[in-house]
Design a protein around this ligand. Structure first.
Ligand SMILES: Cc1cc2nc3c(=O)[nH]c(=O)nc-3n(C[C@H](O)[C@H](O)[C@H](O)COP(=O)(O)OP(=O)(O)OC[C@H]3O[C@@H](n4cnc5c(N)ncnc54)[C@H](O)[C@@H]3O)c2cc1C
Length: 307
């Protein structure tokens, strides 16, 4: 039996992919959302700042999104898309790890990003509760808390400065790395009284999911109530398989015959959902997205032009 052919295959069923699927289906396209069930924020205990859904858990939000999409006829497939090819120039074939192939006229990538974790024992017990990555998402809950920022360079300084909105009790730990901070960055930290420690961290100390401190090499320890890590994130590499090239900082460079859409992370749920919606609309009508082309996906330029 030949595989079912869709107008659009959305790869990734997080807020971005679900919202894209919903909008494409509302425009009467046949849509399949393929999802591997490994979202970035699985660990979070509750989503903050999503209007009407304060504290909702990630699986609940997805379940609501899937239910809405299903009402519009969106199909769902569970699986990992390993490759996406368009050898014929006509159709994309999304090839799943289990050997299934799904054909679609267009592919929209909404694969999210993944965080690189610092190698610190015990962090996983607190992640999503008192250990975080995003000041926008969890800064409010960090008010007046003793907070450790793990990282180095501009990224760590930027995170510490962002967190200074909510707390003045911040220490940066580079975890054995060189601080990699020029005088201008150090001056900013000085103004806010944010020290930088370089000793390697041996483990995170916690009570249940509450982080209470870290132990550093040299029998030092440091109390804390929150820990943020400032690390680079990565795309999983399906984008490269489509022929696009990834560059540092999470941006996608387009191949000539592919339209670049998403670059960087949709940092919060509302943004991710909005970018999913805008990607969908842009896929339907490229002119709409031109003013602010920050969308999620890669689509063939010629196909877009024909829509
Ligand atoms: C710990 C934590 C807490 C957070 N808290 C908040 C918060 O409180 N408020 C807020 O607004 N935002 C929060 N965020 C940010 C939020 O999680 C993201 O903005 C949002 O999840 C991005 O949605 P997305 O759909 O782009 O990606 P994701 O939610 O990561 O979904 C991407 C999906 O694509 C799938 N996928 C990837 N590759 C493939 C493939 N090759 N084949 C098939 N499927 C694939 C994955 O399995 C995943 O399900 C938090 C993030 C983290 C890490």
């Amino acid at each position: 039996m030949s595989p079912k052919r869709y107008d659009v295959a959305v790869v990734g069923g997080g807020p971005a992919g679900l919202c894209a699927g919903l909008w494409l289906a509302r425009y009467l396209h046949t849509v399949v959302v393929i999802d591997s069930g490994d979202p970035r924020n699985w660990e979070t205990r509750g989503i903050n700042g999503y209007l009407g859904h304060q504290g909702i858990r990630a699986p609940e939000l997805r379940a609501i999104g899937r239910e809405e999409c299903t009402k519009y006829g969106v199909d769902f497939v569970t699986g990992v898309v390993d490759t996406a090819v368009n050898e014929t120039g006509e159709l994309f074939a999304a090839c799943l790890r289990d050997g299934t192939t799904i054909e679609a006229n267009r592919i929209l990538l909404a694969i999210g990003i993944k965080d690189y974790w610092p190698d610190i024992a015990g962090l996983e017990r607190c992640y999503g509760e008192t250990v975080h990555v995003c000041p926008d998402c969890d800064g409010y809950e960090t008010r007046d808390k003793k907070t450790i920022v793990v990282g180095s360079g501009r990224k760590a300084v930027g995170l510490a400065l962002a967190l200074a909105t909510w707390t003045s009790k911040i220490v940066i730990c580079t975890n054995g790395e060189k601080p990699d901070m020029n005088q201008a960055l150090l001056d900013k930290l000085k103004v806010l009284n944010i020290p930088v420690l370089e000793a390697p961290i041996q483990r995170a100390v916690s009570e249940a999911s509450e982080i209470v401190g870290i132990e550093l090499e040299g029998a030092m320890s440091l109390d804390c109530e929150r820990l943020y890590f400032a690390r680079l994130q990565r795309f999983d590499l399906i984008c490269e398989l489509l022929g696009a090239r990834l560059v540092t900082g999470g941006h996608i460079l387009q191949r000539d015959d592919l339209r670049r859409a998403e670059a960087g992370d949709p940092p919060e749920h509302p943004l991710a959902a909005d970018r999913g919606r805008r990607s969908a609309l842009h896929l339907l009508d490229p002119a709409r997205g031109r003013a602010n082309l920050r969308l999620s996906g890669l689509v063939r330029k010629d196909r877009v032009a024909k829509c």
